[in-house]
Design a protein around this ligand. Structure first.
Ligand code: FAD
Length: 446
């Protein structure tokens, strides 16, 4: 018997339950395949596409992928037929397009009497599993988190050994060359790189709670890209954390739960991947994106912590979480643009761009998400900078024009007797825009 294993965003051989299921069903051969699905070939998201191509090339070198271009519900049955497979194996996917895609694949395979078997998911606890006693979904993180901890998860699945990999005799496609946006350096690919990074970082986990909000320290795990592409499963990370009982390890587990919470929210409210969780905010008065948006994108707003974040994003496809919140708040509450405009730019550039965490991270900041920060809590970019980048190290790292400014003065260069000439003056008056934001909010409420 043979089987097909379809990789999507789970590029690993360790702790991969779908792989084990494929091996059990296909002792005579497992075809590892990937579909180049045109759905993902939009104009945006080039960073992710470039990273994906490298991750695929790496996996292809290890196990020899059958890579086919086309609609998944057309090409997967073709591959299954070519090797006489009786089952096709995937990890369950929950986001709207992906869930519908899998239903179409399932129907198409059924015509040939082939089964689509979903085993595991990208989460410790699959979206939809955790509900309140009355069966309704959680809308607030903390009670979800408690229920999630109580629910628990399986131990990591043992790795599959001696997998009988085979290639399908179908027309395949060479991986297209996709370069990341100019000047952007991609992080390393592959599950070995993910595990290496995790093991190194684990030495710092006990400090995590103290340093995770300080972008200048740069001591967060950088696992988001690996979780996004499934180079590692969160269960594996949780098992390592369980061996420690520090505040840092607990705080880290809680962050992983945020990722699971947002996936759960999207599972119950698929509309929120594009639209407002709190629909009242649709009626808010927003400005039209214009030149201001470009200054934000280019990191030339004149607010150092905002500009540092936007330049880190452009250079690396990643931004520190605290700074993601600060730049998002600036776009929504200082520039008065819709959160969707900023979320789209993030999805275009982020290498860890994940629709659930991104759209809901933005909605949290914009005050229209689950459990959101109240709208009237408006980040002051200077105060945030001084508080979370107290010695200015983060700003100096990413804004070369300000490298000559010492200490926290770097957060308000306009107060210096001789402000660095090359760095722009603030594009707006934060106090005035704050008032304007509150005015719009009051108008919405009345
Ligand atoms: P660590 O601090 O080491 O955290 C460990 C892991 O916990 C992360 O890898 C991530 O999987 C998870 N996590 C941490 N914080 C959050 C959070 N607030 N929400 C959900 N998961 C979290 N994360 C993404 O993975 N993809 C996105 O597209 C994304 N967009 C965001 C947009 C905005 C506006 C905001 C405020 C946050 C966004 N986040 C996103 C969450 C967070 O910023 C990143 O997960 C984190 O910065 C990744 O770096 P790290 O792996 O070093 O994090």
């Amino acid at each position: 018997a043979t089987s097909v294993l379809c990789f999507r965003n789970d590029f690993r051989l360790l702790d991969n339950p779908a792989l084990r299921a494929a091996v059990d069903a296909g002792p005579d051969g497992v075809v590892p395949m990937f579909v180049l699905d045109e759905h993902y070939w939009g104009p945006g998201g080039r960073t992710r596409l470039a990273y994906l191509m490298r991750a695929l090339a790496h996996l292809d070198e290890r196990i020899g992928l059958t890579i086919v271009k086309g609609k998944p519900w057309e090409v997967i049955p073709r591959v299954a037929r070519s090797v006489g497979a009786t089952s096709v194996h995937v990890a369950a996917d929950y986001t709207p397009y992906e869930a519908e895609r899998d239903q179409r694949i399932e129907r198409a395979l059924a015509e040939d009497d082939v089964e689509l078997v979903r085993t595991g998911s990208a989460y410790a606890v699959a979206p939809g599993r955790i509900t309140k006693a009355d069966g309704s979904p959680y809308r607030v993180f903390t009670p979800f988190y408690r229920a999630w901890l109580e629910h628990g998860w399986r131990d990591p699945a043992p790795g599959a050994r001696d997998v009988p990999w085979i290639r399908a005799d179908v027309e395949t496609t060479a991986l297209p060359e996709v370069d990341p946006p100019e000047g952007l350096e991609l992080p390393p690919v592959g599950e070995e790189a993910a595990r290496r990074r995790w093991r190194e970082w684990l030495d710092h986990v006990d400090e995590y709670d103290d340093v995770r909000d300080l972008p200048g320290e740069d001591l967060t795990s950088r696992m988001s890209v690996h979780l996004k592409w499934g180079h590692v499963h969160p269960r594996t990370l949780l098992a390592d954390l369980a061996e420690r009982s520090s505040k840092g390890a607990e705080a880290y587990g809680r962050e992983l739960a945020f990722r699971e919470f947002y996936a759960d929210v999207v599972h119950h409210r698929p509309d929120t991947i594009e639209g407002y969780y709190d629909k009242r905010f649709e009626r808010m008065e927003y400005d039209h994106p214009g030149g201001d948006l470009q200054l934000w994108k280019d990191g030339r707003t004149g607010f150092p912590i905002v500009d540092a974040g936007m330049r880190q994003l452009a250079a690396t496809g990643w931004m520190h979480n605290r700074v993601r919140m600060i730049v998002a708040s600036f776009l929504v509450k200082d520039l008065h643009l819709e959160w969707t405009v900023g979320a789209k730019h993030f999805m275009d550039l982020l290498v860890d761009g994940d629709p659930c965490s991104n759209q809901h991270g933005w909605q949290w900041v914009a005050g229209c998400g689950t459990d959101a920060a109240p709208y009237f809590r408006i980040f002051n970019p200077v105060t945030q900078g001084k508080k979370f980048d107290p010695d200015g190290r983060y700003v100096r790292r990413w804004v070369p024009e300000l490298r000559g400014v010492e200490g926290k003065a770097v957060h308000e260069p306009w107060t210096l007797s001789r402000p660095p000439e090359e760095y722009p003056a603030p594009m707006l008056d934060h106090a005035a825009e704050r008032k304007e934001s509150l005015r719009r909010y009051e108008a919405l409420r009345s």
